[in-house]
Design a protein around this ligand. Structure first.
Ligand code: UDP
Length: 360
């Protein structure tokens, strides 16, 4: 394997990088004991590009594969190799594995919108699943057996217990959630049949920004960036999707997790893959309602952020809060930015520094 060949050569570099990284983040010291060449699908997208930034800080080589339908070329770290391509094109994926000695894959490329998936289910039940399947088939043909999947809290519609542990019953809330459940099941079977080692990371609500990379979707439909666009004067008001949920103020409650903490969890999971496959719920264990998010953004931006009450958005569960005790115990994951205020402040700083996002 390529990582074994590089291991000795790069050992010194790894320790230098890992120390730097640990000092910068203030927490983690363990990322497995070797460097890898990691293929990151969707590495030009929001969560992917920050994870690429962290992988490169930790000393890994990175190849980004992205069709730029949602992502931005400017978001890709300059030290990463970039290949524009689509996972529906099996030949394009094949050429990536032929050209690079890939040790592990992180799979972010996906359609990710709960609301859209209720309108256009085949984009999710079809495209998300088929693209994931193409990728997995090709990587296994090339004997690449380490895989990290972006999964989702949308697996847990109407959970029996909150906060939600990994043992909670899976009940996807939308075709989007269902597509991730199908990919998780695929991983389970590929471990049985092909010895694949995987980590399925179920994100609760990713938000915030690193110093250089933040959230820029077209069209934007996530709560925090939309609220900040109101504060910037790009929009007149924020629409609140329903106030008749069984929550403390009637609006949906979500567990927001800083994008850098999420990226760190990927790197920890990657380092632990050789000890076994794993599935983790990733959040901060505290829920905030839509109204509370807007109130926090008002305090940070000093803008009144007008809101208007609207109907529910189909596919939205009432309350999603993670119990992330398992990844904390097993991998020592420790969020550096657990407060909602820190998360929104980082997003606000990035938007003020990049009023046009990535500008493309
Ligand atoms: N939301 C809202 N207005 C918006 C966008 C989102 O009220 O314009 C709500 C949405 O119903 C959900 C929460 O904000 O309860 C977070 O939504 P987002 O789309 O950011 O993330 P999701 O929970 O869908 O992953």
């Amino acid at each position: 394997m390529a990582y074994r060949r590089r291991r000795q050569r790069e050992k010194t570099t790894f320790f230098v990088f890992s120390r730097l990284f640990a000092d910068n983040s203030g927490a983690h010291t363990h990322y497995g004991d070797w460097l890898m060449k990691v293929l990151v699908t969707g590495g030009a997208g929001y969560i992917g590009c920050v994870t690429v930034e962290r992988l490169i800080s930790a000393g890994h080589d990175v190849v980004v594969f992205d069709n730029l339908s949602q992502g931005h070329r400017a978001a890709v770290h300059p030290q990463a190799a970039f290949i524009e391509g689509d996972l529906s094109d099996a030949d394009a994926i094949e050429s990536v594995f032929s050209a690079h000695s890939i040790d592990a894959v992180m799979h972010f490329a996906s359609r990710t919108l709960v609301g859209e998936s209720m309108q256009k289910p085949f984009l999710y039940l079809g495209e998300n699943v088929v693209c994931g399947c193409n990728l997995l088939e090709c990587m296994l043909q090339h004997d690449v057996k380490r895989f990290v999947l972006s999964s989702t809290a949308n697996l847990f519609d109407d959970p029996e217990r909150i906060p939600i542990t990994e043992q909670e019953q899976i009940r996807p809330g939308s075709p989007y959630g269902e597509s991730k459940q199908m990919l998780e099941r695929m991983l389970f079977w590929l471990e049985q049949t092909h010895d694949l080692r995987y980590a399925a990371l179920r994100y609760f609500n990713a938000a915030g920004a690193s110093l250089e990379r933040g959230e820029d979707h077209t069209p934007e439909c996530h709560l925090i960036p939309l609220v900040l666009e109101v504060a910037l004067g790009v929009r007149e008001h924020i629409a609140i999707f329903g106030d008749d949920y069984p929550t403390r103020d009637g609006t949906c409650v979500r567990d927001y997790i800083h994008i850098s903490d999420l990226a760190d969890a990927h790197i920890l999971a990657l380092g632990a893959l050789d000890q076994g496959s794993r599935t983790y719920n990733l959040g901060n264990g505290e829920g905030f309602s839509v109204l509370e998010v807007i109130e926090t953004a008002r305090a940070i931006t000093g803008h009144p952020i007008p809101s208007r009450m609207g109907p529910r958005r189909a596919g939205d569960p009432a309350e999603l809060i993670a119990d992330s005790g398992q990844i904390r115990r097993e991998l020592g994951w420790q969020p550096q930015f657990p407060q909602l205020q820190q998360i929104i402040e980082s997003a606000w700083r990035w938007r003020c520094d990049h009023p046009n996002g990535y500008g493309d």
